[in-house]
Structure formats: structure tokens, C-alpha cells
Design a protein around this ligand. Structure first.
Ligand SMILES: C[S@@+](CC[C@H](N)C(=O)[O-])C[C@H]1O[C@@H](n2cnc3c(N)ncnc32)[C@H](O)[C@@H]1O
Length: 271
């Protein structure tokens, strides 16, 4: 039967109280009315007995089981096909931003200095969790934009300050965490910037530096205004150690698929 005739028949059966329906999006699922009573219940029983006597009954049962099993397995088949490349394909609702929110939930309420902060992508995420976030940048326009956005978003604990990485306008020994993300390669003297971060941190505080690994893509200077073409892990280690940091840990944490295949280094240490 065509779809419209089936719908008409099902509609009549429902009006008579013999079937029930349930909507899921654009679909409607019908089943025999299990709550039917009296005359309707007798009709339902009669329909079941009648169906059992049909020659197609056993093959219909098998087909039904196969269809239900296939539906159940659909999700499994989908993920099995994606195995090995799952992290690289689109997944509804999956984003780095969402993962960051998850990780922030387990962060204690820290006082943070974000040095070379940019406009607020990470500062705002941090401010939703941290006690205080001081975002330092030497671009007047960026500081003004970031501050206005923080105000608009009612983030009272996020403060933008105009200043330099090498002498950040943050009180000595006042923060638990200092972050430099893609900022160190803009500093005149990266070692000085790391030493300056040490000064503003409380004892036991952590520094986290995300920057590019040393590369040869010279055009980064004109394209992105970079002063340094990334850093060797040994240089970062030397500067961190010279500043006084302990428990230094440095790893490459990401590599871009497209040329020039920039690599991101995460360097951390404790005061
Ligand atoms: C590549 S952006 C990174 C922004 C942000 N940290 C991020 O990861 O999205 C570099 C930022 O550092 C700032 N900057 C560059 N040199 C600086 C310096 N000497 N002192 C403070 N900020 C600086 C720039 O204005 C810019 O906002």
C-alpha cells in the first residue's frame, strides 16, 4: 500500500481505539493499543490471533527482528567506521571550547595573569572560573576592545591592563598562574619576559607557555608580526631554569596538518 493509504487506515484504527501512536520528529510510530479494554481489547486479541495465522507471519517476524537489530547497531556501525579518524572529523557539539569548559570546572579558583592576552578568547573562559584574571597586552586597541567586551559580558573579575610582557603591570607575588599563549615570540627578550612572570607569581605558582616550536617560515614576520621564529625546547628550558622555575616540563602538543606544519610547544614550570 502507498503511504497515504496506510496513514488513513492507521488513523481509522486509532480513532477506534485499536492502535496507539507516538511522534518522534517527523515520524509517527504506531503499535497495538495495549491499554485497550472491553470490545476494543477483544478486537486487538482477534487481530493478533489473525496475524499469527497468516502465512507471512514467520518471515515478517524475522524481518522485524533484523530491522530492530540493525537500528540498534546503527550507532555502533557509525563509530566503527570512524575509528582511527574520529578526532579529525566533525562531531555535533564537540569543540575545543567545550573541552576547555570541562577542564576549567576542575580548576581551583586561581588568580591568573594572562600576558600578551589578545582580545579575550581565553581570558573570558578563565574569568568564568577563576578568582581574578589580569589580561595584559601592549596594544591599546586590544586592551580597550577586551575591556569593553568583558564589561558587556559582566565579567567583573576580568581586568585588562596595558603593559609589556617584560615588565607586566601586576603586583609581585600576587598570582597563582601566569599564561603566555603565542605571545613570547613577540617579546624583545623572551628570557626577560619569563623572569618577569616569575616575579609576579606566588610561591608554588605555575607558568604555562604555549608557543611555536622553532620553524623556518620566515614570512611569519611580515604575515603575523612575529619577532622570533618559534623556540627550541632547549631555549625555553634554559630561560625557565634561569628565572628560578622548578619542575620544568616541555612538550610539543600540536602539529598543524597544512604546510608549514607549525608545531605548538607547551612549556610549564613551578615557582
Ligand atoms: C598572537 S597574539 C596572541 C593572543 C592570545 N594570547 C592568544 O593566544 O589568542 C599576541 C598578542 O601579544 C600582544 N603583544 C605583542 N608583544 C607584546 C609585548 N611586548 N607585551 C605585551 N603584549 C604583547 C599582541 O598585542 C597580541 O595581542
Amino acid at each position: 500500500m502507498g503511504q497515504s493509504r496506510i496513514s488513513t487506515h492507521l488513523g481509522l484504527l486509532q480513532d477506534a481505539g485499536l492502535v496507539q501512536s507516538r511522534r518522534e520528529g517527523k515520524r509517527t510510530f504506531y503499535k497495538l493499543n495495549s491499554q485497550a479494554a472491553g470490545m476494543e481489547a477483544e478486537f486487538v486479541q482477534l487481530a493478533i490471533r489473525g496475524a499469527k495465522e497468516l502465512p507471512e507471519q514467520s518471515s515478517d517476524e524475522i524481518k522485524l527482528r533484523r530491522i530492530l537489530n540493525r537500528r540498534r547497531e546503527q550507532a555502533q556501525v557509525y563509530f566503527n567506521q570512524l575509528a582511527g579518524r574520529f578526532d579529525r572529523v566533525y562531531g555535533p557539539g564537540r569543540s575545543w571550547q567545550a573541552f576547555v569548559h570541562l577542564l576549567l570546572r576542575i580548576l581551583p579558583p586561581l588568580a591568573v595573569a594572562y600576558l600578551g592576552a589578545g582580545e579575550g578568547l581565553l581570558s573570558e573562559l578563565l574569568a568564568r572560573r577563576c578568582k581574578k584574571v589580569i589580561a595584559v597586552d601592549n596594544s591599546e586597541k586590544i586592551v580597550a576592545f577586551g575591556a569593553a567586551k568583558a564589561k558587556k559580558n559582566h565579567l567583573k573579575n576580568l581586568e585588562f591592563r596595558l603593559g609589556d610582557l617584560q615588565n607586566p603591570p601586576v603586583e609581585p607575588e600576587s598570582v597563582d598562574l601566569a599564561i603566555l599563549s603565542q605571545a613570547l615570540h613577540h617579546a624583545h627578550e623572551p628570557g626577560l619576559a619569563i623572569a618577569a612572570a616569575y616575579k609576579i607569581m606566588k610561591a608554588g605558582g605555575q607558568i604555562m607557555i604555549l608557543d611555536l616550536a622553532k620553524h623556518n617560515f620566515d614570512r611569519a614576520r611580515e604575515l603575523y608580526g612575529d619577532r622570533w621564529l618559534g623556540f627550541a625546547e632547549s631555549d625555553l628550558h634554559r630561560w625557565l631554569e634561569a628565572a628560578g622555575f622548578k619542575k620544568i616540563e616541555i612538550n610539543v602538543v600540536a602539529r598543524e596538518d597544512q604546510p608549514p606544519h607549525f608545531e605548538t610547544v607547551l612549556a610549564g614550570g613551578q615557582k
